[in-house]
Design a protein around this ligand. Structure first.
Ligand code: MLC
Ligand code: AMP
Length: 506
């Protein structure tokens, strides 16, 4: 198995990473990562305080070259969720930027400040620290350093990414080096993704979309990633097309905001029109947004379908027939089948027979960290049950039509379990009963709705107070956007909440 990042060992002056004024060439990235790698070699796991910054890229590359699995942390994670992730993954250290303020929940863990410095200038000269961490700053072999990345077992974990389920706290998805490499290479084949590409995005760096596709992808190809710091329409207009960016990655909410802004913004139209590839994923891009972008820019947004556990499964092929509403065909190496409720495999390409999507291939995760039973339950033999429901079109393209579990909400491209929000709401002293649902939202895809029975009907806790409460315990993107107050939740004879009987829900 080759190294995850062959371009890093070249120590050259090609641009690798740009976050505003913070820019690193491959040589600079290799040296910066090598310095941190030498400090963490041998640890079982490290956490990375995954701010949208070059520090996060250096920290992750450092850990991967040292062969140490990375747990990316959302810097906005609330106290309960952070305590869970830290307790569950037991990182040996947390890597952060020198100016980052870390919360009390990380106080017991060794902090390692990542430096961008030691830059060798445009010719890439400077201290010859090997990115693998095997060489010390003077270029001699360091006996305490980990072996070069080429020597790391491809089956060893690269990342542990936390993802929500229907109930309970998030689970850690162990992604091997093999899975990361296989998925990125399959995407490269499908998209013609090369070292010449400059990927622009403003995605968070603690989920696979922004981190694996958006950062490790360009680095594996030897190309460049330009991160916007935070997504903005202006940032996309600036960086894409004439700005130098060739590829845009985003969730549908971002494309929706771009579509909304196109009318009258000639600069944005030109930027999108000038890109080689516009890719949307993590949730369904509504056909209306597809159409608005295509009409204004002549560019067809390419949708790909993935999941934390599987990395990428399918993609629409650029240059082929535009297929709005489908997520394209299985990527190289990915086997995909639809399975009926009774477990029988559906072979029909009729565009209407619905089954659960199951996948297998080298892109799959290795298991949920410390949860063999949950891992076993997620598989049917070597097939992973995605929980997504789909049909197949005559040409094999997959059209997603829903999810098996109604208690999973996709909001802004984030997967959010209703159960974890309900538990957080129930911890508020003013809440007697709570149920959480998702309802359609033009911007977010779905918005989180909290149905609350207050303890005191005369003085119910306010909407903002409940949103802050959930944001503080879990994460801001998990906060309810709407709170509806009820006298009682609809329940069946067994006492189970009937979400479908909530007013206005189906
Ligand atoms: C508001 N804010 C609060 C708050 N109210 N913070 C704390 N408590 C409260 N009560 C703050 C927010 O933190 C944020 O701060 C600002 O207000 C706006 O918040 P928001 O409204 O939640 O953000 P929004 O603009 O709606 O975000 C839209 C978005 C975001 C698209 C930028 O949803 C996003 O980044 N989505 C990407 C999700 C993703 O990467 N998913 C991939 C999963 S992997 P501030 O300072 O930030 O403005 C996967 C697999 C695959 O799915 O296939 O890819
Ligand atoms: P996550 O668990 O956060 O990794 O989210 C994975 C889920 O996102 C998948 O199971 C799908 O439901 C959804 N998803 C990802 N990409 C797409 C897409 N292109 N269209 C529709 N849903 C998608």
């Amino acid at each position: 198995m080759s190294a995850l990042f062959p371009a890093l060992t070249a120590l050259n002056d090609r641009p690798a990473v740009r976050f505003g004024a913070d820019r690193l060439t491959y040589g600079e990235l290799a040296r910066a990562a090598g310095a941190s790698a030498a400090r963490i070699g041998g640890m079982e796991r490290v956490a990375v305080w995954a701010t949208p910054s070059a520090y996060t890229v250096v920290a992750v590359v450092a850990a991967l070259t040292a062969g140490v699995p990375v747990v990316p942390l959302n810097p906005r994670t609330g106290e309960r969720e952070l305590a869970h992730i830290v307790g569950d993954s037991a990182p040996g250290a947390v890597l952060a930027g020198p100016a980052d303020e870390l919360p009390a929940g990380l106080a017991g863990i060794e902090r390692i400040d990542v430096e961008l410095g030691g830059r060798g200038g445009p010719d890439g000269s400077g201290d010859p620290i090997d990115p693998t961490g095997a060489l010390n700053p003077t270029g001699t072999l360091n006996p305490t350093s980990p072996p070069p990345s080429e020597a790391h077992d491809p089956e060893s974990p690269a990342l542990v990414v936390y993802t929500s389920g229907t109930t309970g706290p998030p689970k850690g998805v162990e992604l091997s080096r093999r899975a990361v490499a296989a998925s990125l290479d399959a995407l490269a084949e499908a998209w013609g993704w090369t070292a010449e590409d400059v990927v622009v995005h403003g995605l968070p760096l603690f989920h696979v979309h922004g981190l694996v596709l958006g950062v490790l992808g360009p680095l594996r190809r030897g190309g460049e990633v330009r991160h916007l710091g935070a997504f903005s329409v202006e940032g996309v207009a600036r960086e894409l097309g004439a700005g130098g960016g060739t590829v845009l990655f985003g969730v549908p909410t971002m494309y929706h905001r771009l579509a909304e802004a196109l009318d009258g913004d000639a600069g944005l139209v030109a930027a999108l029109a000038g890109a080689r590839l516009l890719v949307s994923g993590s949730a369904a891009l509504p056909v209306h947004d597809h159409e608005r972008i295509a009409a204004a820019t002549g560019r067809v947004v390419v949708e790909r379908y993935g999941m934390t556990e599987t990395l990428m499964n399918t993609s629409v092929l650029p240059g082929g027939e535009p297929r709005p509403g489908t997520v394209g065909v299985p990527l190289a190496g990915v086997d995909l089948r639809l399975v009926d409720e009774d477990g029988s495999v559906l072979g029909l390409l009729d565009g209407e027979t619905v089954g659960e999507v199951q996948v297998r291939g080298p892109n799959l995760f290795s298991g949920y960290l410390g949860r063999p039973e949950a891992t076993a339950a997620a598989f049917d033999g070597d097939w992973f049950r995605t929980g997504d429901m789909a049909v197949r079109e005559a040409d094999g393209a997959v059209r997603l039509v829903g999810r098996k579990a109604t208690d999973l909400i996709k909001s802004g491209g984030y997967k959010i379990g209703a159960g974890e929000i309900e538990n957080a709401l129930l911890d508020h002293p003013g809440v007697l009963e709570a149920a959480v649902t998702g309802e359609p939202d033009a911007d977010l895809g779905e918005r989180i709705v909290a149905w609350v029975v207050p303890r005191d009907g005369e003085k119910p806790p306010g909407e903002a107070e409940l949103a802050d409460h959930v944001a503080g315990l879990l994460a801001p993107h998990k906060r309810p956007r709407v709170v509806r107050y009820l006298d009682a939740l609809p329940r069946n004879d067994m006492g189970k909440v009937l979400k479908k009987a909530l007013p206005g829900t189906r």
